[in-house]
Ligand binder design. Structure first.
Ligand code: ASP
Length: 306
């Protein structure tokens, strides 16, 4: 059965943004569902859902993405098609509207799996992706406030770590989707501006296959949360391995979070789907707006575990 799950980022979402976030993920899941019902492959559905979220300034991806320490938007995105273990990814990409679409182009025409920085931007321009400024006024104001807070205290990496500890909401709001199409094929897509005030050049888990995004014939996974943990643990691949060994997606995401908690930390959220359209959804952060849909319609849009 066709099915899709989308997330809008695991983190500490302020309650007053819950409605917008819930509406955003619901609309994205509906976009993906329609695409699946029209017979599009899982990859197209997952990408369509993520592109919808990239256009929504509520989320930290595309328009409204978080900024680096020096005030730039450096965007990460990844896609993976479970049919042939094909993947395309962009890291620290500047100046495009839909990083997920550039990631798809990397997969389909570049012959590479990951393009980063200036090279990724040049690739996007060469393929006709228009120059676009994803930085919004709201994000700029938040960046100025936090940057001032950082500068008023101690300097250096320790000060940044302390600021991030005081403001856990600086992580989060990454977007992702996993989809299963009518032929049982699976795909995953993830897109993010990364963590607010990250060092220029920092790359998170989203564009690293097996860490933040993964799809094979058994399972598709998109992760969100503290990216360095996913990179160390190989989170998305760990979920898929469990499903390949016979676990249901829900059990797999729950057990991976349990194991991560023991080994590296679990400020993480996960969505997964298998070829039967069974979903797995779990997060250990206060909130993770997410929505699910099947051929019959939107089944669920939720904000937090409470
Ligand atoms: N995982 C993303 C990153 O570390 C952030 C997030 O999911 O909110 O770049």
């Amino acid at each position: 059965m066709v099915g899709i799950a989308v997330h809008g980022g695991a983190g500490r979402w302020a309650q007053d943004r819950s409605e917008e976030a819930g509406e955003g993920v619901r609309a994205a899941a509906e976009t993906g569902r329609r695409s699946l019902v029209e017979g599009e492959p899982a990859l197209a559905a997952a990408i369509a859902a993520v592109a919808t979220l990239e256009d929504n300034p509520v989320f930290n991806a595309g328009t409204g993405a978080s900024l680096t320490l020096d005030g730039q938007a450096e965007l990460d995105a990844g896609v993976m098609d479970g049919r042939g273990l094909t993947t395309g990814n962009v890291a620290a990409l500047a100046g495009v509207r839909h990083p997920v679409a550039v990631a798809r182009a990397v997969m389909e025409v570049s012959g590479h799996a990951l393009l980063a920085g200036e090279g990724a931007s040049r690739f996007a321009r060469a393929l006709g992706f228009a120059a676009y400024n994803p930085i919004t006024q709201t994000v700029c104001e938040r960046w100025r406030r936090l940057r001032a807070e950082l500068e008023s205290g101690a300097r250096g990496p320790a000060a940044l770590r302390e600021l991030l500890r005081r403001h856990p909401e600086l992580g989060g709001d990454t977007v992702g989707a996993v989809a299963c199409d009518g032929s049982g094929n699976l795909a995953a897509a993830t897109s993010t501006g990364g963590t607010m005030l990250k060092l220029p050049g920092r790359v998170g888990d989203s564009p690293l296959p097996g860490a933040g995004t993964y799809a094979d014939r058994h399972c598709a996974v998109s992760a969100t949360g503290h990216g360095e943990l996913m990179i160390r643990f190989g989170t998305a691949r760990a979920v898929a391995d469990r499903v390949r060994s016979g676990q249901a997606p829900q059990q797999a995401v729950t057990e991976v979070l349990d194991t991560m908690a023991e080994q590296v930390g679990d400020e993480v959220g996960l969505i997964a789907v298998d070829p039967a359209g069974r979903l797995g959804i779990a997060h250990r952060t206060p909130a993770m707006p997410h929505a699910t849909a099947s051929g019959k319609g939107i089944a669920e849009a939720r904000f937090s575990r409470d």
